[in-house]
Design a protein around this ligand. Structure first.
Ligand SMILES: [Zn+2]
Length: 250
């Protein structure tokens, strides 16, 4: 296969997975089984026919409306499908078939699900964190061997403990929940992809992004909760690219 064929294939793969990620990002916080009911309209609950469920195309052909009740379908699905497709494709073009490619697929996937679940429902799924961590351990083991993998697992656990301590301190100072459990558990994913020092550096990037975004949206955000999960993963991906280009600390 030529590089262009693989690139197109990776894009298609990305939009299909993106569709699945948007679906589980919606279903897990709403406690709907991931496998059991077929895709359905959230308004009229009618199940969708296969041709109403084709990533990107169905949304365009149905003009963003349900084919039965004609109510608007959230553009979030379309955006996540497109975003996942583009990011999958970009990481193949950038990294080629390498450890970095597979690691970034895991990070992008976790990001796609978390954008939906955390922005819409302030929820980060344990299952998503643990499946991502498990895949990262396997990728690290295949490409780096067991010694470096053990070091990365140790880094991840240290980050988890550190952030838990930061949370305890933050809760005391602000007298409210400063960091969610999901944010802390995400340290596993960050530590396993970046190691300890670059992992902690990535937190500076993530916090800056979250701060900028909360300053922009603060006026409209009455609950004053900032979903931190997506920013943590975006910071991780940025740091991962910096590290790949030799800008990382270690
Ligand atoms: Zn409907």
């Amino acid at each position: 296969m030529t590089k262009i064929t693989i690139t197109i294939f990776v894009f298609l793969f990305g939009i299909i997975f993106g569709s699945f990620f948007a679906c589980i990002g919606y279903r897990i916080p709403n406690k709907i089984s991931i496998v059991k009911p077929n895709s359905f309209c959230p308004h009229c609950k009618k199940s969708l026919k296969w041709y109403m469920n084709i990533p990107l195309f169905s949304y365009i052909f149905l003009k963003g409306k349900c084919a039965y009740c004609h109510k608007k379908i959230s553009p979030m699905y379309f955006i996540i499908e497109l975003l996942t497709g583009i990011l999958f494709m970009a990481s193949y073009i950038y990294f080629g078939l390498s450890k970095e490619f597979f690691t970034s697929l895991v990070l992008i996937s976790a990001l796609s699900v978390t954008i939906v679940s955390d922005f819409k429902y302030y929820y980060i799924s344990d299952r998503v964190i643990f499946i991502s961590s498990f895949l990262l351990v396997i990728i690290n083991y295949i490409y780096l061997g067991y010694k470096e993998t053990l070091e990365l697992i140790a880094s991840a656990l240290i980050m988890l403990i550190l952030l838990y301590l930061v949370k305890l301190l933050g809760d005391k100072i602000f007298k409210r929940e400063s960091l969610g459990g999901g944010d802390i558990k995400l340290m596993l994913v960050i530590g396993l992809s970046l190691g300890l020092i670059d992992g902690i550096t990535s937190l500076i990037i993530s916090s800056s992004l979250a701060l900028i975004s909360s300053l922009i949206t603060l006026k409209n955000n009455k609950e004053r909760i900032v979903p931190f999960g997506p920013f943590l993963l975006i910071g991780t991906i940025i740091m991962y690219i910096l590290k790949y280009n030799g800008i990382g600390v270690l």
